[in-house]
Design a protein around this ligand. Structure first.
Ligand SMILES: Cc1ncc(COP(=O)(O)O)c(C=O)c1O
Length: 477
């Protein structure tokens, strides 16, 4: 299929085997050494903002090198204050699944504002009902849904709801998972192995807070275990009264760490056996990997699921949905059982309209968005694998649809310990920074997911592969 830019092709292409030796291959790579960007204006803005904002950034994970101030995003591209242009694979930590400022979504937002829609803070709106219906009709795991502003708020409420329903307090989280910034879950992401020690199975890891200020008593209620390890789920269930287990169905805050065959089904079985609430955190996987999220692909129905990011293509809204009998606890007739969910900005008309438009766009033309990103994802994967093969590198590509990660190790990791033990973090980060100099924005932190959007073109992927080839040749020589 070809769109306005005349540059999208949906036919899969398979990269042909390349008989060149690594040296011949590198020799041919056009080395582009004078593409380093100047960041003078960015530096000026950072310096101004540091005077008024601690650290100069409003979310700590945005503090990365090089320090760049972005001023514009359109489609697959972003521009910085110094006029440098980048092909964007960060996508602001993944929400921009249709691309920056997608015209269909932008039109919907402008329309609601033109119509005079506002935030009323009283009763409901037709827009909320429309969005709720779209979600419930398209996601089998969601019979009933509530809206919040961020993924963190939604995971917070999911856990609170699970505790209320089960009358239990303990929570299981994944070592290497990320479910937001609040006390229950801001722990054990890329925890240094000398802090948590070697892999334990079956067993649990100590709660290692990612923030000061989390009460110790609270930390005792949270049990981090390995991803892809059902024995450890049984271990904690036998030891504690577990209210809920929350997991990303794919660990997408460590790149792309997929569930092993049978793992998600196993979680479902254990949830039924031990009576805990199974929460899928689909904040990153939801809508990006299909309209019904990764649960839809895996065919596993969690009790509760949480969505954000790609739900509204960059506008701030999150959804918490699941079984009606659980969701009804938000309006439980007995006040002592009722779960509080509140928020001045919940379902603000702008992100609500953006979410409706995003889902409509995802459903259009029999899923062309998903076909296009799968085609580009495949092209990226095959291109990268070819480059790595030609260079004699053992590195591997992990990918789910539009999301991918290069692991500089000889296999795709199955959990955090596997990744921490084998991945070349320094090399990964070095490559990312070099690519930024060349106008390809991979977030400059090792093992972070790269995200392709519907707005990316075959040309973007080819240009990216060329730059990666050049840089890898340089770095591996
Ligand atoms: C899987 C997952 N869950 C929850 C969150 C928290 O979402 P938010 O940053 O919108 O609070 C994130 C954010 O990156 C995430 O990746």
């Amino acid at each position: 299929m070809t769109t306005q830019d005349g540059n999208r092709v949906l036919d899969p292409q398979v990269a042909s085997a390349n008989p060149q030796t690594p040296n011949e291959f590198c020799h041919q790579a056009a080395m582009d050494t004078d593409a380093s960007a100047a960041y003078a204006k960015s530096a000026q803005i950072f310096s101004h903002n540091r005077r008024f904002i601690p650290g100069g950034v409003v979310s700590v994970n945005r503090a990365v090198q090089p320090e760049i101030v972005f001023v514009k995003g359109q489609g697959a591209h972003i521009w910085d204050a110094d006029g440098n242009q980048y092909i964007d694979y960060h996508a602001a930590f993944a929400p921009h699944f249709l691309g920056h400022n997608d015209p269909y979504v932008t039109d919907a937002v402008i329309s609601v504002l033109r119509e005079g829609a506002s935030l009323y803070g009283s009763g409901t709106t037709e827009l909320e009902g429309q969005l709720a219906e779209l979600i419930c009709r398209n996601i089998p795991a969601v019979e009933s849904v509530q809206f919040l502003n961020t993924g963190s708020e939604a995971t917070y409420e999911a856990i609170r709801l699970a505790r209320a329903v089960t009358r239990r307090d303990h929570l299981v989280v994944m070592q290497g998972g990320y479910n937001g910034w609040h006390d229950d879950v801001s722990c054990n992401l890329m925890t240094p192995l000398d802090v948590i020690g070697p892999r334990v199975t079956p067993g649990e890891y100590p709660y290692i807070p990612m923030s000061a200020g989390i009460p110790r008593e609270h930390q005792k209620l949270v049990h981090p275990i390995n991803f892809n390890d059902l024995e450890s789920v049984e271990y904690v269930c036998q030891k504690y009264s577990i209210a809920a287990l929350i997991t990303e169905p794919i660990l997408q805050n460590l790149g792309i760490i997929k569930p092993l065959v049978g793992y998600l089904e196993g979680l479902r079985r254990l949830a039924d056996r031990y009576g805990f609430i199974l929460i899928f955190d689909e904040v990153k996987t939801g809508f990006r990997h299909g309209i019904a999220g990764y649960a839809g692909i895996a065919g596993v129905i969690p009790d509760l699921a949480v969505y954000g990011k790609a739900l509204a293509n960059g506008y701030p809204i999150a959804a918490l949905g699941g079984k009606k009998e659980l969701m009804d606890w938000f309006v439980h007739p007995e006040p002592s059982k009722r779960v509080l969910l509140a928020g001045t900005y919940n379902s603000h008309p702008v992100p609500t309209a953006a979410a409706i438009a995003t889902i409509e766009r995802l459903l259009m033309n029999d899923g062309e968005v998903y076909r296009h990103v799968e085609f580009l994802g495949q092209k990226m994967q095959e291109g990268l694998e070819q480059i790595l093969r030609n260079l004699g590198s053992e590195a591997v590509i992990a990918r789910q649809g539009s999301a991918f990660c290069i692991y500089f190790m000889d296999h795709c990791p199955k959990d955090w310990h596997d990744l921490a033990d084998h991945h070349d973090f320094g090399f990964d980060e070095q490559l990312r920074r070099k690519l930024i100099e060349l106008g390809v924005y991979f977030f400059p932190v090792a093992a972070k997911q790269c995200s392709i959007s519907f707005a990316h073109t075959t040309g973007d992927i080819e240009a990216t592969l060329e730059q990666i080839k050049n840089r890898l040749c340089e770095m591996l020589r």
